[in-house]
Design a protein around this ligand. Structure first.
Ligand code: GDP
Length: 476
């Protein structure tokens, strides 16, 4: 039982090559140190510089986090219009608010955390939804949850593009300049943000924002690629991530540790359906059309992609005699399907049951849930969604759906370059049905292409237009 004590010296793999801190109690969050029981070691190692940066971030968070004198002082300053007159402004914070579905949330939280690392802020998360039911605390001996008595709590929900503290709106109204630094600002980084909001990504604006003690961010996007395009951040980013396409992989595995409830869902599914397989294929099916549901053209597309890419074997006619000639037992391939709609896995399962296939493999199809409709902020629904994202990330090969952040998180956590199913148009299966991703990084689906970064986008070799969304940007 001494193994469960706090601070026990952990083997390196358990700590993800030094990424994870050692100070946690194991039992309160089993997923944190028990992940190697399900996950193969990642071939991508974090840089020593990133590991050191995370340790120093943790110290900062402990110093400035909830319950500290620094936090108290910083909150007392809120509401001041010019913080330089109040003297003390060394502690800086970025408050993250959950917006849209779980995938959207995980992508924006990683982006905000990286921004905090780059700008010496600490990140605090709004806890009035089910975040504490999904994730364990990532930073030792402190908390990432924004205290409920935070002075602006009652205003958080009213922050939007029209709010007088919205940075883009203030720029538009010429209500902000570097001579008066407000104690807090709201940043709006959405798919429909305006050009003024996107000024966040400009060098000069960062100089001003750096002085504002409290930033509140609402976003549904993975805006990391555009942080790389800010010249002032690039040298540091290159040191942190010499392998540029590993940002999400490392930071997501550092931050996101499912709670014991979710970990139970993950391990039970894994043990029942995936652990015995010789190979695991994940297929994430997100139907964005309205109405959504089961469509024959989507089913055709999935079959055409998986067979063309040799991820699933070709089916033979029911009468064909496909015999297993080898002396060894046939290979077992587990196919994990995640979708709101249960019909896709039912059909696939029946297909491989009713007809032999030419490879002689045993194909077992499994779908953990079929919730039919999105019910974000319902606790068990979100827990299932997280469990499924995590399970997808444990597969050997992965097929995802165009512009789905749910799939992006799974591929990044798993270190997988997925095959992406193109979005069908006019109810026809696209040809080709899918494309292999260039990198495991998520796509910044609405990157600012025409503003201050327009030139840099064209000349930066490690930022490319996404395979599945040609106006999005991703790290490669
Ligand atoms: P996106 O809309 O595909 O970019 O992904 P999000 O995760 O942001 O939002 C979709 C939400 O719908 C998820 O968070 C879930 O609540 C639900 N959802 C979508 N697909 C699935 C799925 O395959 N399994 C489960 N359990 N929920 C899903």
């Amino acid at each position: 039982c001494h193994l469960l004590k706090k601070g026990f010296k952990q083997p390196r793999e358990k700590l993800l090559g030094g990424l994870l801190a050692t100070e946690f109690d194991e039992k309160s969050c089993l997923s944190r140190y028990h992940h190697p029981s399900l996950r193969k070691p990642s071939p991508y190692k974090p840089s020593g510089y990133l590991v050191a940066k995370l340790r120093s971030y943790e110290r900062l968070h402990k110093h400035w986090g909830p319950g500290t004198k620094a936090y108290k002082r910083a909150t007392e300053q809120l509401g001041n219009n010019d913080v330089r007159s109040s003297g003390d402004h060394e502690c800086r914070y970025v408050v993250w608010m959950p917006m849209f579905g779980l995938g959207n949330r995980m992508l924006s939280l990683v982006s905000v955390f990286l921004y905090a690392l780059l700008t010496e802020r600490i990140v605090l998360v709004d806890q009035r939804n089910d975040i504490p039911d999904l994730f364990c605390e990532p930073f030792p001996e402190t908390s990432w949850l924004l205290p409920l008595d935070f002075p602006l709590t009652n205003q958080l929900d009213s922050f939007n593009q029209k709010h007088s503290r919205c940075y883009g709106t203030m720029l538009k109204n010429h209500a902000i300049n570097s001579t008066t630094i407000p104690s807090h600002l709201y940043l709006d980084i959405f798919h429909d943000s305006r050009d003024h909001d996107k000024m966040f990504f400009c060098e000069g604006d960062q100089a001003l924002l750096g002085k504002v003690p409290w930033l509140v961010v609402k976003s549904n996007l993975y805006f990391v690629p555009s942080l790389w395009l800010i010249q002032g951040f690039q040298a540091e980013l290159i040191k942190l991530f010499p392998q540029k396409d590993t940002v999400f992989h490392h930071l997501a595995r550092y931050l996101f540790h499912p709670t014991n409830k979710v970990w139970g869902m993950i391990t039970r599914s894994y043990d029942a359906y995936l652990s015995r397989a010789d190979e695991r294929l994940g297929i994430q099916i997100r139907v964005f059309s309205k109405p959504a549901g089961y469509f024959q053209h989507v089913m055709d597309q999935i079959l055409s992609c998986t067979q063309r890419e040799k991820l699933l074997p070709e089916l033979a006619t029911p009468e064909s005699q496909v015999t297993n000639t080898s002396s060894t037992s046939p290979k077992l391939k587990a196919v994990l399907i995640t979708s709101l709609h249960p019909e896709y896995s039912e059909k696939l399962q029946n297909m491989f049951l009713e007809r032999p296939n030419w490879s002689g493999e045993i194909i077992e199809v499994y779908q953990p849930s079929g919730e039919k409709v999105q019910q974000t902020d319902k606790k068990v629904h979100d827990q299932k969604a997280l469990a499924e994202i995590y399970l997808l990330s444990l597969t050997d090969k992965l097929v995802t759906s165009t512009r789905s952040t749910f799939g992006y998180v799974a591929q990044g956590l798993g270190g997988l370059k997925p095959w992406i199913l193109y979005e069908p148009r006019s109810r026809i299966a696209p040809d080709p049905p899918c494309v292999r991703a260039m990198s495991m990084e998520p796509c910044f689906l609405r990157a600012p292409l025409h503003g201050c970064q327009a030139k840099t986008i064209k000349t930066t070799p490690f930022v490319r237009y996404c395979e599945d969304w040609t106006t999005g940007l991703k790290l490669v």
